[in-house]
Design a protein. Structure first.
Ligand code: NAD
Ligand code: MG
Length: 387
């Protein structure tokens, strides 16, 4: 029986994880659930899964959470609160697996904590790899933690690289697939609303990643993520648009052979793979019907309409804090876009402006990563406020 702690349990990945876990009650125990501030949803999940610990990231809501749990007769669940408790939970000896499904750079501290404590990390929070990649990979090597990528593309690459030797990897090329998002065919992006942007054609996800998919920032973050997770330089990572989301990504070897991982677009599959690895659990996601699918297509990404994809390559190549700055500028700009304070194309504009003005040396510790992230957020808010 393995104890599972889900960071970001009320989100889209959190929900898919709980759905997978509910199929394997004899194998996995839901040990802890965390949420930001949607307490009612957290309490509902506590009622259903009866974890030992419930955590709200918002320290001011601790007593409110305790009262809500008590109201439902769930007094035995321990109530924790705040960033420090998230960090403490990730390192708790009873926790075997940490599912890192918090959105944004807020996921950095718990991710690093789980890595330092040598846990199995089911890592969905790509922003922590984008911001702290070098340090995170070093921490994992030193602690002996296991990192299983949940992001579907990286889960696919992990599978396609499984039998490769170091020599083979050193000459291989990663081909990341992208659905292209809701605006693949929309030429004029000036009037895009938040409602248009979150309507993703093939995946059902949280708001922030849905907007990132619409700008192709998501694919850009995934290029940086792939580079750190698999040790591939920017020039051996390609992106191709593949609207049907059948192929989740590919690896091309030196001899020209290409391995592709396929499946229905359902996050429960990479989650179950990561939970069960190196075994394979019996899946319950929809199976691919090739005959019904008919054809699959590919096209090049349009970096004129979606410049954030090229900004990510630029950030990866320039090093320093560029990826942290890009990620923070994007998070703040997406928040402003969703609140209707700026337009859709202003998201890329904010990223460009911050990358041009804020240049810092590479961080040497998690604290320096968090400082750079904080500074970039403050500066982005100032820039947006001036527009
Ligand atoms: P979501 O918005 O649906 O859920 C986010 C979760 O994080 C919620 O439980 C929320 O309570 C929690 N949270 C938000 N802000 C927080 C904070 N400041 N402190 C602590 N907790 C906080 O997001 P999602 O779509 O589930 O995505 C989660 C992560 O997984 C993201 O990094 C995303 O890029 C990645 N991811 C998601 C998908 C997907 O299909 N949804 C696919 C691949 C990768
Ligand atoms: Mg992905």
């Amino acid at each position: 029986m393995q104890n599972i702690a889900i960071f970001g349990a009320t989100g889209s990945i959190g929900g898919s994880t709980l759905d997978v876990l509910s199929h394997y009650p004899d194998r996995y125990n839901v040990f802890a659930l965390t949420a930001n501030s949607r307490l009612d949803e957290l309490v509902k999940l506590c009622e259903q899964f009866k974890p030992r610990i419930a955590v709200t990231a918002d320290e001011t809501k601790k007593s409110e959470l305790a009262a809500k749990l008590a109201e439902r007769g769930l007094k035995s669940i321990e109530v924790w609160a705040g960033q420090d408790d998230l960090v403490k939970l990730a390192a708790l000896p009873e926790v075997d697996v940490a599912v890192l499904a918090i959105v944004g750079a807020a996921g950095l501290a718990p991710t690093f904590s789980a890595a330092r404590a040598g846990k199995r990390l089911l890592l969905a929070n790509k922003e922590s790899v984008v911001c702290g990649g070098a340090l995170l990979m070093q921490t994992i090597r030193e602690s002996g933690a296991e990192l299983l990528p949940v992001d579907s593309e990286h889960n696919a690459i992990f599978q396609c690289l499984a039998s490769a030797s170091d020599a083979q990897r050193s000459k291989a090329r990663i081909i990341l697939t992208a659905s292209g998002g809701p605006f693949r065919k929309r030429m004029d992006l000036s009037g895009v609303t938040p409602e248009d942007a979150v309507a993703h054609p093939t995946w059902n996800m949280g708001q922030k990643i849905s907007v990132d998919s619409a700008t192709l920032m998501n694919k850009g973050l995934e290029v940086i993520e792939a580079s750190w997770l698999f040790g591939f330089p920017a020039d051996r990572i390609d992106v191709v648009i593949h609207p049907q989301s059948l192929i989740h990504s590919m690896v091309e070897y030196a001899d020209g052979c290409i391995l592709a991982q396929m499946g229905a677009p359902d996050m429960r599959t990479p989650i179950a793979y990561s939970l069960g690895w190196p075994e394979r659990l019996d899946g319950f996601a929809k199976r691919v019907d090739f005959a019904a699918l008919g054809s699959v297509t590919f096209e090049a990404p349009d970096t004129k309409r979606f410049p954030q994809l090229s900004y990510a390559y630029e950030a990866l190549r320039s090093g320093g804090c560029a990826s942290i700055v890009l990620n923070a500028a994007n998070e703040i700009a997406v928040e402003a876009f969703l609140a209707r304070r700026i337009g859709f194309t202003d998201i890329a504009r904010a990223c460009r402006e911050m990358m041009d003005t804020l240049v810092m040396p590479a961080p040497r510790s998690l604290e320096e990563v968090l400082d750079a992230d904080h500074l970039a957020r403050v500066k982005t808010r100032e820039v947006i406020a001036r527009w």
